[in-house]
Design a protein around this ligand. Structure first.
Ligand SMILES: NC(=O)c1ccc[n+]([C@@H]2O[C@H](COP(=O)([O-])OP(=O)(O)OC[C@H]3O[C@@H](n4cnc5c(N)ncnc54)[C@H](O)[C@@H]3O)[C@@H](O)[C@H]2O)c1
Ligand SMILES: O=C(O)CC[C@@H](O)C(=O)O
Length: 633
């Protein structure tokens, strides 16, 4: 690791809920009370006492005394506790193990917890026993923990202050902790700074007094320009989620340590322009337009997540040219759309959109007129991609004969028959269903001429994109009775929120089923999407893997013991050579490298074998035609 530029201050680090994610005594209570009939009640009481002691509402020594009195713990419980705590060290501390191993002499663990479990946990990080200042248990002859050594200064109120006085450290002292007793060291003038560590727990009273708040240890290292494993603290990564993706998405981003902001509904361009600065990850669905103007304003944007299939709402080329990777969920809601389409075919074939409102108005209209079975009927699928081809299988299973038309060569599933032209399909199908993508060229793919080619009484479904169908022409074909019905889920203009009204020429027409773009709106699909998209984005941020990005060259380089650099540049000759010259000039050896280009950009992942210094980084950033450069770890 590179050396810090200035002498390192002494770091006084609390153990419970700071070095580890949990309170040692709470964990011990859990172990000691296994099988105890009042386990939950007693553990709850112990936790409450811990909290009161930490926030300063109960004196520390009183809190400790009362907790130990409630605890039927024994010496033989301690190895179990240590093993448990080793698995619960705070994630950012684990991540920066190298820092502790490099500077063990500058770190003290000062804790009101107990040496018996602290010492073995921190030893794994190179922190020696004489840098652990903590209480010690007392035991009776049978091995039961009876209390604590009252001679130890840390068992008293203000114990940490007394301990720091005894230590008498020379030079700067910084305290990192989650409790009031940690802050007291600074208050007593024994530390230059107090950092409230909130990765595991955040106490209002403590945060209010802190010089700085640390959502992670990375943030401390970053602020103090100290060597760290990540190049950038995750808590500085801001996520903006629009259009209500499933809550799981925010949960996953938060669990990764990112800051998450959500705005229900969509934002129009002006509103998004106001919100986009400083955002690293933007999450949208089908409504939000990510335009060139938005991308220009997006000064920190790393990735856009489309929490849906369609990405026609995003200026993909502009995003690519600005080094912003876009990810979507290409098949998380496929099945939901297929099920909706199948339901719609049956519902239209039975003229339910007419019969259902009549029933609600008290009208009994029992008749078979215009109603038919779908068995044996011809289903024409336009766009035989993920949705189209899956619908093909399901429709055959209920006895339909499938025809399909696709501009690309596609694997023909089951007994489906390929049509060589759209016209061929339109002329034969009893039901036409659209599943083409939302590319601009597909605007008005189905207009008056195409509708006229359809069989009299045929049905049309559009669950793809609103602009694919010429809506006035469709309305005319329905009004004239040429078409027997239609189901439409997507519209050229869709309301921004549920508070906005819906206007369309299709309203009130016979046998027309209108739905508010809910093809993919099922619990299963939304959950799948909310897991799929954040996973892809986090993989990109953490490893550079762009597999399944819709606008970046797809690269995956296996992880290895190395430092990883990623570089996005304009696709002009010689950039890779220049990157490698910089590395060679700085005697940096390349362990692995993968470059892939497309018509606009080149994307290269480089693994190097040794510590990089700021000079190499600056030189790489300065390589001509660089769009984005990031050091991952
Ligand atoms: N209603 C909803 O809620 C909802 C949900 C999911 C997806 N969608 C939309 O459904 C559509 C299909 O999704 P998918 O996942 O199957 O996409 P996909 O990319 O897998 O398939 C689209 C297919 O359409 C073909 N195609 C494109 N233009 C064509 C044309 N003019 N004629 C014939 N074939 C053409 C492509 O070659 C491709 O095979 C997309 O527009 C998507 O945005 C809507
Ligand atoms: O949920 C959405 O907003 C869009 C759903 C669908 O059109 C998609 O593209 O996946």
């Amino acid at each position: 690791m590179p050396q810090p530029n200035t002498p390192l201050p002494y770091l006084i680090i609390d153990f419970d809920s700071t070095f580890t994610q949990v309170e040692g005594l709470d964990e011990l209570a859990d172990i000691a009370l296994q099988g105890h009939p009042d386990r939950e009640k007693v553990v709850g009481e112990i936790r409450a006492l811990t909290d009161q002691g930490m926030s300063g509402s109960l004196s520390f020594s009183e809190s400790l005394k009362q907790r130990l009195a409630l605890l039927p713990a024994r010496r033989e419980h301690l190895p179990l506790l240590v093993a448990q705590l080793k698995g619960k060290v705070s994630e950012s501390i684990v991540r920066n193990r190298g820092f502790f191993e490099q500077f063990p002499g500058r770190v003290y663990i000062v804790s009101s917890g107990f040496r018996e479990f602290i010492e073995p946990v921190v030893a794994d990080f190179g922190i020696a026993a004489d840098h652990v200042l903590a209480n010690t248990f007392t035991f009776d002859a049978t091995g039961r923990i009876t209390g604590f050594d009252p001679e130890n200064v840390l068992s008293r109120d203000g114990g940490k202050i007394l301990q720091l006085r005894e230590l008498d450290l020379e030079g700067d002292v910084y305290v990192l902790g989650d409790g009031y007793t940690d802050y007291q060291i600074r208050e007593a003038g024994l530390a230059n700074r107090f950092y409230a560590f909130t990765e595991n727990v955040s106490r209002e009273a403590v945060v209010a007094r802190a010089d700085e708040v640390l959502p992670s240890f990375d943030e401390f290292l970053y602020q103090n320009k100290l060597p760290m494993t990540l190049s950038y603290p995750k808590n500085r990564i801001k996520v903006l989620l629009l259009e209500n993706p499933d809550v799981r998405a925010a949960e996953l981003f938060r669990a990764e340590g990112y800051q998450v902001d959500s705005v229900p509904g969509g934002l129009d361009e002006e509103e998004l322009l106001e919100r986009i600065e400083g955002v690293s990850i933007l999450g949208i669905r089908s409504k939000t337009q990510v335009t060139a103007r938005v991308l220009e304003r997006a000064n920190r944007l790393i990735a856009v997540g489309a929490f849906c299939i369609g990405t026609n709402q995003i200026d993909l080329t502009e995003a690519m040219k600005r080094g912003v990777a876009v990810f979507n969920a290409p098949f998380s809601n496929t099945r939901s759309v297929v099920e909706l389409a199948l339901g719609e075919i049956i519902v239209l074939a039975r003229r339910i959109p007419e019969k259902n409102p009549k029933m609600h108005q008290g009208e009994w209209d029992k008749s078979a007129r215009g109603s038919f079975e779908i068995r044996g009927k011809k289903l024409g699928i336009v766009g035989y991609g993920n949705i189209g081809s899956q619908l093909s299988v399901v429709a055959e299973a209920v006895g339909m004969q499938v025809l399909y038309y696709d501009v690309a060569e596609k694997l023909q599933l089951g007994n489906a028959v390929r049509c060589r032209t759209l016209q061929e399909l339109l002329q034969q199908a009893d039901v036409v269903t659209l599943h083409v993508d939302g590319r601009k060229d597909n605007t008005n793919l189905i207009g008056a001429a195409e509708l006229a080619m359809m069989k009299p009484g045929a049905l049309l479904l559009n669950n793809a994109r609103g602009h694919v169908v010429d809506v006035p022409a469709l309305a005319a074909a329905l009004r004239s009775g040429h078409l027997g019905g239609a189901a439409v889920d997507v519209f050229p203009y869709e309301p921004k929120t549920n508070d906005e009204g819906f206007e369309s020429e299709l309203r009130g027409l016979p046998n027309v089923l209108l739905t508010p773009h809910i093809g993919g709106s099922t619990a299963e699909a939304q959950r799948n999407i909310a897991e799929f998209v954040p996973e892809r984005i986090m993989q990109y941020i953490n490893t550079g893997n762009t597999q399944q990005s819709v606008n970046f060259p797809n690269i995956q380089l296996p992880l290895q013991q190395a430092h990883r650099l990623i570089h996005v540049h304009a696709n002009v000759p010689g950039v890779l050579a220049r990157i490698n010259n910089v590395l060679a000039e700085h005697h940096v050896n390349i362990l692995g490298q993968y470059l892939k280009t497309n018509e606009h950009i080149g994307y290269v992942i480089t693994d190097i074998d040794k510590e990089y210094d700021q000079e190499v980084i600056q030189a790489l950033r300065a390589v001509e035609h660089t769009i984005k450069f990031r050091v991952l770890y």
